[in-house]
Design a binder for this molecule. Sequence first.
Ligand code: HEM
Length: 502
Amino acid sequence: MLLLNPFLLLLIGLFSIHLLTKWLRKNSSSSDKRVLPPSPPRLPILGNLHQLSEFSHRSMQSLGAGMGPLMLLHFGSKPMVIVQSADAASEIMKKHDLAFADKAYTRTIRRMFYDLKDIATAPYSEYWRKLKSMIILQLLSNRRVQSFKFIREEEAALLMKEIESCCACGLPVNLTQLFDTVTNNVICRAAFGRKYGVGLHSKRFLTLLRELLHLSGSFCIGEYIPWLSWIHRVNGFDARVDKTVREVDEFLELVIQDHLDGGVESDGDKSRQSFVDILIDIYKDNSPGASIHRDNIKAILLDTLAGGTDTTSATLEWAMTEILRHPTILTKLQNEVREILKDRDGITVDDLEKMQYLQAVIKETLRLHPPIPISGRIAREDVRVMGYDIAAGTMVIINAWAIGRDPASWDEPEKFHPDRFLNSCVDFKGHNFELIPFGAGRRGCPGTGFATATVQLVLANLVQKFEWKLGEGSRLEDLDIDEQPGMAIHRKHPLLAVATRI
Ligand code: HEM
């Protein structure tokens, strides 16, 4: 009877597996001459999973203290090499970029993104190279980003109107919500040629997008301890993923059909074509090597929505949080923007280029709050990095968050101090590995220009047109910087502030 006690059975099971793993490790190490990165002690079965919180970027940073540039963790049975210094990131994303050109993905991501047919998860291959050059040259080229200027301007103007109406009622502005709307509208208009932010159809779309991002960023124990995968069937997670995958697909089908049927008006100006129109043109073009299929179009559209909305709104949210927490920085930024614009309404690309302090505020925001704090690659072959051996198939996690706060690269790393970027050529374009919020190398983000154009314009407008303070009775020290886990890291609590029109 005692042996049927499930707890006792589990203990015996764990103990036997522990002995077996020890034995296997002992036997294999005698013939294995590989030099592995240092590793904190781990438990049988769980590995180091119990040491990771829902904010794995933070846990990895503290686990890695004193371990050097690379650390080896075990997520269940899976070895993971964690990269937490600029030098190590440069080795992975520059020197050995090709060897680490495969992306890490989870079972959920695979199901969400059309079985890895999108750009962000497709393995390095001829197919991926074709898609990547298409997104860089056709969808997100500098020229194309400039051609969407009218969308950014119209949406920024609507945002300012919304804030003005809050000013008139003396109500605090929910900046989190407004940033969600503006970034979603900009991406939807660029991607689909129309907004999906108002009306019933659109509400469903926004809810769907949120669910997709939430599920994609959720931790699933079955990923790392496969025999526990049943938990996701029992707790309803798998069913939620199935439902979301189905509904997202129905929505994207509708969008494509709308365009094929000519339901979305275009002014005939090719330079203003939406992503879906460009992709449909390629889809209709049957020339060998050019054609893409319907699932590819849907996967690419999903990449731009999932990769472009949440990340951009998180950047705006963290930038305004830090500006509000540092009134002298707000004043300095207002002075710069107002000095350059005087009372003019339209903000040109030239104006934005002159706003050196604005650029510095954005860099400093992305250094301290990279919306995607960690990203994963997979070794495609055995590689030696900084004296350590990384076996083919090992997942490598680059902790951009920890790298942005590494005292070896930054003075007073925890301090929000945009001035550090004035008279400095450090940028986030993937050449300076101490600042990699958009990644770097072959798998670096193709949306950097698109995202920064929106962030710059919205921030410049916000500080030019309004005075900002916290709500009645709130003190600066009450404005927390707690994070909310997800695919992109947002504030835990919505950002509320009071605006006054100047
Ligand atoms: C502030 C906004 C954004 C941030 C912080 C961001 C960050 C990132 C990061 C960290 C990666 C992985 C890079 C790597 O592994 O080296 C990535 C990849 C990607 N991003 Fe972004 N992103 C942003 C905006 C956008 C936008 C606006 C789009 C498209 C409209 C976009 C599309 C993509 C795509 C398609 C990839 C996959 C690239 C590949 O695997 O080759 N991103 N992004």
